[in-house]
Design a protein around this ligand. Structure first.
Ligand SMILES: *Cc1c(COP(=O)(O)O)cnc(C)c1O
Length: 366
């Protein structure tokens, strides 16, 4: 059997008719950028998250860097972020000239709130919490800390659509929640897409201005903005997917529960769950000191895996100029050398999962 780590085709074919009908409707409408599909999606996604406003953008990275830009965070300012994130989180900070201050994650891959408290300096302007793999960070403690210290809170929700902490959706705890709709995300488009959600009317208005060359009125440009517009086709297709997101999340939850119940081995660790939170299983991540051998073993059996992520941002070539070294963030570096994401996708069959479970339970390092 051949099993890929992800199967985006399954997510398309399940709702094929709805997607195709919407695509044709948009193509035939004669209007392709910032129109009624984008407005409708923004309203529906704001409603889904419980935020007052949503602004559609061209990508998750744009959501992040525009968020910090609009909050006025740049050169000379520090933003605290977990070291074990996808590099886009860090780029969102550095594109604005601000300095990322890395802290270690807790054992559930979320930002370690005690470490955040220790890292605050007079230059700290914001904390960026990344709900990695689909599990919320410890948002109760983190939002309390940020409020108390008068620091902005931004959330990277690129992997956490629909995930809640204390029944409140990720993206609505801080000043701005940043989302990506890259095709492989839990709420995926058929190309690039992103959005921010916020309760702050001014932030929403500024974001609408920034995404469109800094203009509110056509050809009257107030600020040096960006071209970061969600297009009508993606917005229309996202509306279709959003209408099924709860059932898609439930299906992933079911797959995850079976993995948690049936996987058993002394050679790898299963993901742990945070209390007061629900995990939406963007990835199902194992940790093993025998990770590389495990990957080869699965590969030989036709099972694909992915490492999220093999090189932490502080050790990447891109951030060499920050001057970090191996050993600076031992927890993050251990995770990078031990994590592996196993197949987890909507439309995964019982037989496919059975095959993956058997292969994993049978694994023995040499
Ligand atoms: C995917 C992702 C992003 C970037 O989103 P794009 O839409 O690809 O720009 C940012 N942060 C995290 C944690 C992600 O997983």
């Amino acid at each position: 059997m051949q099993i890929m780590p992800n199967r985006m085709d399954r997510g398309f074919f399940r709702y094929q008719e709805e997607f195709e009908t919407k695509a044709l409707e948009v193509l035939r409408s004669g209007w392709y950028v910032l129109g009624k599909e984008v407005s409708a999606f923004e309203e529906e996604f704001a409603g889904y998250t419980g935020a007052r406003y949503c602004v559609g953008l061209a990508s998750g990275l744009d959501a992040l860097w525009l968020a910090f830009r609009i909050l006025g965070i740049g050169k000379g300012d520090e933003v605290i972020v977990q070291a074990n994130t996808y590099i886009a989180s860090v780029m969102g900070i550095t594109i604005n000239g601000a300095t990322p201050v890395f802290v270690e994650p807790d054992d559930l891959y979320g930002i370690d709130v005690a470490k955040v408290a220790e890292a605050i300096t007079p230059k700290t302007k914001a904390v960026l919490a990344v709900h990695l793999y689909g599990q919320p960070c410890d948002m109760g403690a983190l939002s309390a800390l940020c409020k108390e210290r008068g620091i902005r809170l931004v959330e990277d929700c690129a992997q956490s659509h629909g995930a809640c902490f204390d029944r409140k959706m990720t993206g609505t705890f801080g000043d701005i929640g940043c989302f990506s709709f890259y095709p492989s995300k839990n709420l995926g488009a058929f190309g690039d897409g992103g959005a921010i959600v916020t309760d702050d009317e001014k932030i929403a208005r500024d974001m609408r201005m920034y995404r469109n060359y800094g203009s509110e009125k056509r050809y009257y440009n107030k600020v040096v903005g960006a071209n970061s517009r969600l297009d009508e086709l993606q917005a229309g297709l996202l509306r279709v997917r959003l209408s099924h997101l709860d059932e898609l999340t439930k299906e992933k939850e079911k797959i995850a529960q079976r993995y948690l119940k049936e996987l058993q081995s002394e050679y790898f660790e299963l993901p742990k769950l945070r209390s007061h939170a629900n995990h939406v299983w963007h990835q199902f991540v194992l940790r093993s000191p025998y990770r590389d051998e495990l990957i080869e073993d699965l590969k030989a059996k036709g099972i694909g895996t992915i490492i999220h992520y093999p090189i932490p941002p502080h050790l990447s070539e891109a951030y060499g100029y920050l001057g970090f070294h191996k050993g600076d963030f031992p927890v993050t570096e251990r995770f990078a050398s031990q994590v592996v994401s196993i197949p987890m996708y909507n439309g995964m069959t019982d037989e496919e999962q059975e095959y993956v479970i058997r292969a994993l339970n049978a694994f023995k390092p040499a």
